[in-house]
Design a binder for this molecule. Structure first.
Ligand SMILES: C[S@@+](CC[C@H](N)C(=O)[O-])C[C@H]1O[C@@H](n2cnc3c(N)ncnc32)[C@H](O)[C@@H]1O
Length: 388
């Protein structure tokens, strides 16, 4: 495919996404229908689509329309490229610009439009970040670095760096956690490496690794990952100490890959149904990596930025409070309740912890930390509460 044909395809796929279909579904459907597209074409189209999703408001402003075509015209203008050079109407490229398109578009207004945020989200960001809101929003408009977590129970960062380099994959030490490596070349091939097959690393954001490193665990403790999902944090905890590790999720199907991931990493994990937890309790440590807005990770999952609503956020706040209450009941005396979100909003972070401490006796806050994308990883919040 020519560069212009890839952009024309991205515009069509963006229209499907704007009509409500999930981006991954749209991209997979297109790849299946388009056998002529090679892996480089698929990667380029995907990158165009995700770039546009990250910057949807500002590109629509610049391009003059919230349509697939408006977005890619805005994308060209934002990059300082004259859209006439892309929209030539030749071959499989997009049709030439109309006079209306030539004159449409305006520079994005400062604030939510230039920051590529929904209007209702902007006060949440400014409350949490003050003047950093503008810089954080700007960072979220760009692709995320690729980080891996070294499985230090099997290898070291130095050895893994050498081993990956031998397979043509280049890494440098990442931020926030000694286990984090940033992949600077060859990221798309990571999961087909020998080192991956041997469990020497997992894909995990650097801030997520820092959160796992902050959970106080020691050899011999019983630890419950209450919202385990795919088990990224379960495995990171299991690599730090010899634990009696239990993983739970209200949607157990989300943990379906965890047994094979744990085997690869050389870590023992017991998967538990909700009904079994009372019998397995008490645990020395319970981690709640709760469902949240995902606002700290919007550069990785930009669709979430536009699909989140105030109603959904209110619903999430209720779920988070309920999880804290349920999980607290499973913690042993003097044990730890760890709470984490990949959100930047105070409502999901410090407000939740303050409200929990107000309504529940017998707990004290030991540590809390907020990470923003300005520190290199996703935005995260972590709080560690101890039963007294
Ligand atoms: C942020 S994700 C977890 C990601 C995972 N910890 C990781 O690092 O890969 C939140 C998870 O919480 C689960 N969840 C939602 N409501 C829950 C509840 N009431 N109890 C337990 N888990 C819940 C969701 O199914 C989802 O898998």
């Amino acid at each position: 495919m020519t560069p212009a044909a890839r952009i024309a395809t991205a515009a069509e796929l963006l229209d499907e996404i704007l009509a409500g279909t999930a981006a991954e579904k749209v991209l997979t459907g297109w790849a299946r229908r388009s056998r002529f597209a090679g892996s480089k074409d698929r990667a380029a189209v995907r990158d165009h689509v995700f770039d546009a999703l990250r910057c949807m408001r500002s590109f629509a402003a610049l391009g003059g329309a919230m349509t697939g075509r408006g977005l890619v015209i805005g994308m060209a203008r934002s990059a300082g490229t004259d859209p006439e050079t892309i929209f030539t109407g030749e071959g499989h490229g997009a049709a030439a610009l109309s006079d209306a398109e030539r004159s449409a578009g305006h520079a994005p207004e400062s604030g939510a439009e230039a920051g590529d945020m929904p209007d209702w989200v902007w006060p949440h960001l400014t409350r949490a970040l003050d003047e950093d809101a503008v810089t954080v929003a700007e960072v979220l408009r760009h692709r995320a670095p690729v980080y891996i977590r070294v499985n230090t129970s099997l290898t070291s960062a130095e050895d893994l760096t050498r081993e990956l380099a031998a397979e043509g994959i280049l890494t440098t030490p990442g931020p926030l956690a000694p286990t984090a490596l940033e992949v600077t070349e060859g990221a798309r091939r990571l999961t087909s490496t020998i080192a991956f097959g041997e469990g020497q690393f997992e894909m995990q954001d650097a801030a997520s690794q820092a959160v796992c490193a902050a959970v106080p665990v020691q050899d011999g403790q019983s630890v419950l990952d209450y919202c385990a999902g795919g088990g990224g944090k379960t495995l990171a905890l299991g690599a730090r100490a010899k634990l009696h590790l239990t993983a739970h999720d209200v949607a157990p199907e989300r943990m379906r890959d965890l047994p094979s991931r744990a085997r690869r990493a050389g870590i023992d994990v017991h998967l538990a149904e909700t009904e079994a937890l009372a019998e397995l309790a008490p645990f020395d440590v319970v981690l709640c990596d709760v469902p949240c807005s995902g606002s700290g990770a919007w550069r990785r999952a930009p669709e979430g930025k536009w699909r989140l609503t105030e109603e959904r956020l209110a619903q999430l706040l209720g779920i988070q409070a309920q999880i804290l209450d349920e999980a607290a009941a499973l913690v042993a005396p003097k044990g730890v309740l760890a709470y984490a979100t990949c959100s930047l909003f105070e409502a999901e972070n410090t407000d939740q912890i303050d409200a929990f401490l107000t309504r529940t006796e017998g707990w004290q806050l030991e540590t809390s930390r907020r990470l923003t994308p300005l520190e290199g990883g996703d935005g995260f919040f972590f709080a560690c509460l101890r039963r007294i």
